[in-house]
Design a protein around this ligand. Structure first.
Ligand SMILES: Cc1cc2nc3c(=O)[nH]c(=O)nc-3n(C[C@H](O)[C@H](O)[C@H](O)COP(=O)(O)OP(=O)(O)OC[C@H]3O[C@@H](n4cnc5c(N)ncnc54)[C@H](O)[C@@H]3O)c2cc1C
Length: 294
């Protein structure tokens, strides 16, 4: 028998893989370290009829306390990023958004500075159409290679990916992102570096980065800021179990140390209901709750 091209851990706790540090055990955690190993893993799982989900850094995901009855395929070992002569960056799905930004900077290419400090991967960033400080993935991603829902390789253009505010068509189409290309503009390395440092300083100043979280818990409702609405309702510091509405940034739900996935969910429902009652604005979660209705 040939050795497997990927590592499998059985009945493995999910919390250490997730930035919120909650979640039960996964039946399997699968850790490929290349595109071909990722493809083999998914084909093997499909052949066995095993349910699976592909994740990056789990920085926007909450798995239930009961865990995941299937395989969680973690791509963060599938790394690599390079810059072509025309300034196109190409990155594998598990590359971090921060190192994508650093690669652009090191090649004096501008346009991806906003990625610096978003703690996700290229795959998760494309799925979520991650963005910050006026930039978002859809402005720069030109095309990507995916596995379609028959697990066959395909190249798709950005126009086919249905990008919107913190959304894309990856889920509807059943695509797994393998690699992506990004367009950039020529720039001055020092200016790019200064912009990246400034954005990171702004994050450190305004966000509770010392606690586990998934970043902004809710999407920005049109015409408002979720954090401002939550603060206006007097919810800063509200706790359910170990979950808390951050005192530093009301848009963040943090894990004070011993939170469960149910604590996070219950607190977010409480916040949603209070904001709706007091302001008439309905908050939608940005965090993705796996196997759980919000
Ligand atoms: C401190 C902090 C700050 C943050 N700041 C920001 C911010 O400024 N802007 C912002 O937009 N977000 C922010 N986030 C949220 C999060 O980092 C982003 O949503 C990020 O894009 C998620 O990437 P990920 O690799 O962690 O994806 P995951 O959380 O692992 O997955 C997210 C979704 O993408 C899917 N997915 C992952 N990889 C693939 C793939 N290869 N193919 C297909 N689907 C895939 C998963 O199934 C899941 O549905 C922040 C989070 C934290 C903890």
């Amino acid at each position: 028998m040939l050795p497997l091209a990927y590592l499998i851990k059985e009945n493995e706790p999910l919390a250490p893989y997730c930035s919120m540090r909650v979640g039960g055990n996964a039946k399997y955690i699968v850790l490929p370290d290349s595109i071909s190993a990722l493809g083999s893993a998914l084909r093997d799982l499909a052949f066995k009829g095993e349910r699976f989900i592909v994740v990056g850094n789990c920085s926007n995901l909450v798995f239930p306390d009961s865990g995941f009855d299937g395989a969680v395929v973690v791509t963060c070992g599938v790394r690599g990023v390079s810059c072509g002569a025309d300034g196109t960056l190409e990155a594998l799905c598990g590359e971090t958004l921060s190192s994508l930004a650093r690669c652009a900077r090191d090649n004096s290419r501008s346009g991806l500075e906003f990625c610096h400090g978003i703690p996700g991967t290229v795959g998760g960033g494309a799925f979520m159409n991650a963005g910050a400080y006026g930039g978002e993935i859809s402005q720069r991603l030109t095309e990507c290679t995916v596995l379609d829902n028959n697990l066959e390789d395909k190249t798709v253009s950005a126009a086919e990916l249905g990008f919107g505010y913190r959304k894309s068509a990856f889920a509807d189409k059943g695509y797994v992102l393998l690699s992506a290309k990004f367009s950039t503009l020529p720039g001055d390395r020092n200016e790019i570096a200064a912009k990246m440092e400034d954005l990171m300083a702004r994050r450190k100043k305004s966000q509770p980065l010392e606690y586990p979280s998934c970043g902004s818990a809710f999407k920005r409702p049109e015409g408002y800021y979720a954090g401002a609405l939550i603060e206006q309702c007097g919810l800063k510091g509200t706790r359910v179990g170990g979950a808390e509405v951050s005192e530093k940034h009301a848009g963040f739900i943090i894990n004070r140390g011993a939170a469960t996935a149910s604590d996070i969910l219950e607190l977010m429902r409480l916040v949603r209901d209070r904001v709706l009652k007091n302001t008439g604005v309905r908050l939608e979660p940005e965090i993705r709750f796996i196997d759980t209705e919000f």
